[in-house]
Structure formats: structure tokens, C-alpha cells
Design a protein around this ligand. Structure first.
Ligand SMILES: [Zn+2]
Length: 165
């Protein structure tokens, strides 16, 4: 069993945090599952979702708008170590991506009360640091929606408390 909960993935933390918000937004708007094969890079990322029919351009515009609204709430991003039983109490928590050897203690990452997800990656401390979410393109083919996105003006530094915008 792996008992080391320090973040292991060296994802660019603003981009990786944006992925959490995007996943939850897709779940809420389309009722689909979170992306299971995200490719997160510093400059551009992509996520795949499985939908029974293609989204409309209006729906995809809504995805971008809702992600940016959530980021603008300046939600704290926190990680807590919970047992599987405790994690199971969190409504909607998707544990299907967990590796088989994840053990009983799970690191759950919370984006305010908008999203909760088991994750060992590195994240920003506040959604204010993610910058602006830009949905650069999307394509739908045979039930798979591929979304490409990037960030404008992300901030990888520590969030300055008391800073006003
Ligand atoms: Zn994460």
C-alpha cells in the first residue's frame, strides 16, 4: 500500500486544477463521466468525454462560460486524506479512476464545494490562480467528444491572501 500522499504528478498546477473544474462542469451539464484520459500540458491540454450525441456550439460555449464563472468564485483548492468509507459519503465522488493498489486512505482534492475528486497531483491553492479558461477546439466522433483547452494568464505562484480584484 502506498502511504505517501505528497503530489507525484508534475502537471502544471493551474492547468491541472482547470481539468478538475472542467470535468465537474461536463458532469453537471451533460451527465457524462469525468475524462479518463486527460493529456495535461503547460500550454495546451485535452480531455475526452463520451456523449451519446454531439453537443451544440451553444452547449460548448456554456462549458467555457461556466468553467470561467467557477474559477472567478476564487474557490480554495484543498486536499484531505480520507478513508474509502469517508470518501464514499461525498455525493457524486467518482472513484472509478483509482488504481487497484490505492489502499484505504485516499487523497481527495476539493475545489471549494464545486468538485471533489481523488487525485495525487499538484494543484493551485485558489482558483484565482488558474487564469482564464479558453476552450480552443472540440470535435465529436463516434460518441467521443475531444475538448482542447488552454489558459490565459495563469499564476503558478502562491496565492497572495488579502489581494483584491
Ligand atoms: Zn488533480
Amino acid at each position: 500500500m502506498n502511504m505517501d500522499f505528497t503530489p507525484k504528478k508534475d502537471y502544471f498546477s493551474p492547468m491541472h486544477t482547470a481539468e478538475h473544474v472542467l470535468n465537474q462542469t461536463m458532469v453537471r451539464l451533460f451527465g457524462c463521466e469525468r475524462s479518463k484520459n486527460a493529456h495535461i500540458e503547460k500550454n495546451k491540454s485535452k480531455c475526452d468525454y463520451f456523449l451519446p450525441q454531439p453537443p451544440t456550439p451553444e452547449q460548448m460555449a456554456q462549458v467555457q462560460q461556466q468553467v470561467n464563472e467557477v474559477l472567478a468564485w476564487h474557490l480554495p483548492v484543498t486536499a484531505r486524506t480520507l478513508s474509502r468509507a469517508e470518501a464514499a459519503q461525498i455525493p457524486g465522488l467518482d472513484m472509478s479512476k483509482l488504481p487497484a493498489d490505492a489502499g484505504d486512505k485516499l487523497r481527495i482534492v476539493f475545489v471549494g464545494d464545486y468538485d471533489a475528486c481523488p487525485c495525487i497531483g499538484a494543484h493551485v491553492e485558489n482558483t484565482a490562480q488558474v487564469g482564464q479558461f479558453i476552450l480552443s477546439s472540440w470535435e465529436y466522433q463516434e460518441g467521443r467528444l475531444r475538448v482542447r483547452f488552454k489558459l490565459k494568464d495563469p499564476c503558478d505562484n502562491k496565492f497572495k491572501t488579502g489581494e483584491k480584484e
